[in-house]
Design a protein around this ligand. Structure first.
Ligand SMILES: [Ca+2]
Ligand SMILES: [Ca+2]
Length: 483
């Protein structure tokens, strides 16, 4: 599993810089004011540097002869480069109170720099048409409240300032990249040897005694696509479009899975149940909307693709969005899309991620958004323990669900395989939410989320790891009203 910061982690050979593994500046615009902060990861230092510590350094850096190279595609960080002919140490010495890590040999390559900016506005009519500050507008997202600008791989501070000061511009941000929380290596256990421990752990058989179908509930999977012709999925595909969804990664109408992740997630929540075949989802009958947000072969998705998928889901009646991606940067554009989902009564289930991190210290979005319609999910290794590589947080991860050795639908063979990770845990909650809504159709999004959290089973191994120390349990549905 790749980690964002590893892409930038320095192998810095300067002894004076050895302590700092990674450091870069983050530039965000808030309203009319540019707010500048710094991110750093430091090894072997007793105290982590904070943005406050770096603030004087930044002022000095901006005054110093250091080049602004552009915005990192992966993290959205602004990247500065020490010019040739000037030693990194000398440049660092001119910054007050900071060791600057990015020596010339670590200059960003093209693939780390974004060539797109999201320019948010509260009034499209005030924005110029065609281009902003000379940069062409690629497209306009009315629901999203932004236009996408094509910029060169390196954008100068003057050009950035020109964009920001253009009439109608409220906020400028990179088109952030979201890392798929995938561990796509299946562990090759065949169906006959597998058991569906996850479904038992969440009390599914109890719930099913009263309710097992959620026929009217549309679940959107924002993922690598879905193998909509899989024999255990095809009867549950949403039929609102010819190909059961849309491909926002490649901008085509066919969201066929090219990697298997989305197909695995869909099977856990919504594989057809009681059809004498394969596995069953938490909900036996429901509607799977396939929203591919990754370009074929890629495992990062852009803000823009994700936001367009969210608005598509809202417009086409989805009740639940299942998301398995994360990014350490807080995107205002994505936060606004989550709010539109909330207003539409849409629940967003998010995998907490697989780096073994405490998200209280290393927030990752969308999991860490403080949004009333988001449920973030950690992964269980067994009924009593968190999986070692599951992220956790007592503030922003709501509950845990089975996420190790989960047998589900496989895209390539149109057969079945086991997968692990928080991506597998999230769709248990997604399927559970579909059943809750089928049983209580008048629930608000807050009521459905509340029922899932309230009935989570307290587990000792989850103390201090997730809110309420609980794991998903839907046994309470056995006393739901008759469908
Ligand atoms: Ca496609
Ligand atoms: Ca089945």
């Amino acid at each position: 599993m790749r980690n964002f910061s590893q892409r930038f982690r320095a192998s810095n050979r300067s002894p004076s810089l050895r302590a700092i593994q990674y450091c870069s500046w983050v530039v965000l615009a808030c309203g009319a004011h540019a707010q500048i902060s710094i991110q750093a990861e430091v090894r072997d230092l007793p105290v982590l540097p904070t943005p406050e510590i770096f603030a004087p350094a930044l002022k000095a850096a901006l005054d110093a002869d250091v080049l602004f190279r552009g915005l990192s595609e992966a993290s959205g960080d602004a990247i500065y480069q020490v010019p040739e002919g000037r030693s990194a140490e000398a440049a660092i010495a001119s910054f007050v109170g900071i060791d600057y890590v990015r020596a010339p040999k670590l200059a960003p390559t093209l693939d780390t720099i974004t060539s797109k900016l999201l320019v948010m506005t509260s009034d499209f009519s005030k924005l110029p048409t065609g281009s902003i500050a000379g940069f062409p507008i690629l497209h306009t997202n009315l629901e999203g409240g932004y236009v996408v600008l094509r910029t060169p791989d390196a954008i100068s501070p003057a050009n950035l300032a020109a964009i920001r000061s253009t009439p109608g511009v409220k906020h400028v941000q990179p088109d952030y990249r979201y890392q798929l929380h995938a561990d796509l290596s299946p562990n090759d256990l065949y169906f006959a040897q597998a058991d569906l421990w996850g479904l038992r752990t969440i009390g599914a058989t109890k719930a099913w005694s009263k309710i097992h179908d959620a026929k009217g509930i549309i679940i959107a999977f924002l993922d690598t696509g879905v193998a909509y012709d899989h024999p255990d999925l095809r009867d549950n595909m949403w039929d609102g479009a010819s190909k059961h969804g849309f491909d926002f990664g490649n901008n085509d109408s066919d969201p066929m899975d090219d990697r298997g992740h989305g197909t695995a997630c869909a099977g856990i929540a919504a594989a057809t149940g009681n059809n004498e075949r394969g596995v069953t989802g938490v909900a036996w009958r429901t509607k799977i909307m396939a929203l591919k947000v990754y370009k074929d072969g890629e495992d990062t998705a852009s803000d823009d693709a994700i936001i367009r998928a969210i608005d598509y889901a809202i417009q086409h009646g989805a009740k639940i969005l299942n998301c398995s991606f994360g990014c350490p940067n807080r995107s205002s554009a994505l936060r606004a899309a989550m709010h539109r989902a909330e207003l539409a009564g849409v629940l967003v289930v998010v995998a907490a991620g697989n780096e073994g991190l405490n998200l209280d210290n290393s927030p990752e979005y969308p999991a860490a958004f403080d949004a009333p319609n988001i449920i973030a999910v950690a992964a269980l290794e067994d009924a009593h323990r968190l999986a070692p590589d599951s992220n956790y947080s007592i503030q922003s991860v709501h509950l845990a669900a089975p996420g190790t050795g989960i047998l589900t639908t496989h895209f390539a063979s149109r057969d079945y395989q086991q997968f692990s990770g928080t991506s597998m845990a999230a769709p248990f909650v997604t399927g559970a939410a579909a059943l809750v809504w089928a049983a209580y159709p008048n629930n608000s999004v807050g009521e459905t989320k509340g029922m899932l959290l309230e009935h989570a089973l307290p587990v000792n191994g989850l103390a201090e790891k997730v809110l309420n120390s609980g794991s998903l349990h839907i046994g309470f549905l056995e006393s739901a009203p008759a469908p």
